[in-house]
Design a protein around this ligand. Sequence first.
Ligand SMILES: [Cu+2]
Length: 464
Amino acid sequence: MAVVAQSGTPLTVSFTHDLPATYPDWIPVDTRLTPLGNEVRVMTHLHGGFVAGDSDGNPAVTPNGFGPGQTQTVDYTNQQPQMPASLLWFHDHGLGATRLNVFAGLAAAYILRDQYDTGTEPNPIGIPGGEYEIPLVIQDRRFNRDGTFLYPTSDIEGATWIGEYFGDTMLVNGKVSPFLEVEPRMYRLRILNGCNARILSLDIGGVSFWQIGAEGGMWDRSVPVDKLVLAPAERADVIVDFSRLAGQILMLRNNKPRPPVSTPAPALPPVMQIRVGTTVSQPGPATIPESLPGRAANLNNPVAIRYITLNEIDVDEPTWFLNLDGVHFDEGPVTETPQVGTVEDWVYVNLTADTHPMHTHLVTFQVVGRTPFDAAAYEEAYEGAHGVPGGIDPTPFATGPMQPPAPEERGFKDTVKANPGFFTTIRARFDLPAGVSPPQSYVHHCHIVEHEDNDMMRPFTVIP
Ligand SMILES: [Cu+2]
């Protein structure tokens, strides 16, 4: 399903818990991580939403979530410019159980329109619309022989939680072995990586993509890209021209992402077959528009810089967990407290071996760049009980200049790949929606949902 809303028009939504009171056996809860054991507690988060803390669906505000028969009612502001025409998604965010609730199916698309991006054809932008605009939600899954979903348990004694869930079957919009029939003309594909942990690197065998936007909406111009490297929760809005491919059978394929992106995922190449027909029923746009009515991210004058470390502790032991700033999610005082209306730089200092897609609630951000550094030396200098604490500048350990963001990072984003061997700098303005007063509490976390659940997430509070 998808909710379609208008940018600028607020929406009130009620989510009612109509699920069983406790988890069935095929959803293996690790009761060390959940606030109420094996009870099903749901909480829906609008990913990319600019909303008040108590409409955000986050565990800093409602750590116990919502139980059977309870209703979570939220106000989605759809306010401009923070929520322009864009592809968002809403999904469960239950504390310690997000990976399981999303895996089991609590995720869907949320599409925002405006006067330019109307979703119809023709439109003022000159891009494909109507049935030629196709949202593609990609998720990998495993199955039992009876067709039910399989989520494995840990083989570490005393643990149920696993470090990452990787499927052996790709689903697009919930379909196994999907195919898409297209006409030989231009299409707009809106792709969301909805996997728990898999980083996708997508291509259509030499067919070019023209990317026109990402998480934070449309850009100011189109950018050619040959592959789409999307970590969990990242989105790409692309135009693909099938007009010279009439009669061909193509494959949307997933490849191993190139370094410095790093992931332990086993290979899973086939995503979706694309069958190009021979007749066009509606010609649509003839050219890819060069300029677009969106925006590039260009924030200035940060008033603060925060260093946030990414640590992985006791790998392959029963006490295995991940963290931000060397502390658990709810351990100690809230350390990230931006003042409302100010711009801050947040620096994600990756001390692990893999890429983590870091997601901030409330704000979309500019990717400033990634700086290579000697992670081992930094760690050795500052290591505490559970990794390196937050707040320590890694710049003295840099081994080269900051690398600029990739061309496909030109717009505002809500999820960024923090690659190993680098510290990654993002910049955001911490505004609050109209009529919402500070303090307001949110979270930021890794969007590998296994990591988020254990315990790579921290609260932050926007203060007066
Ligand atoms: Cu992670």
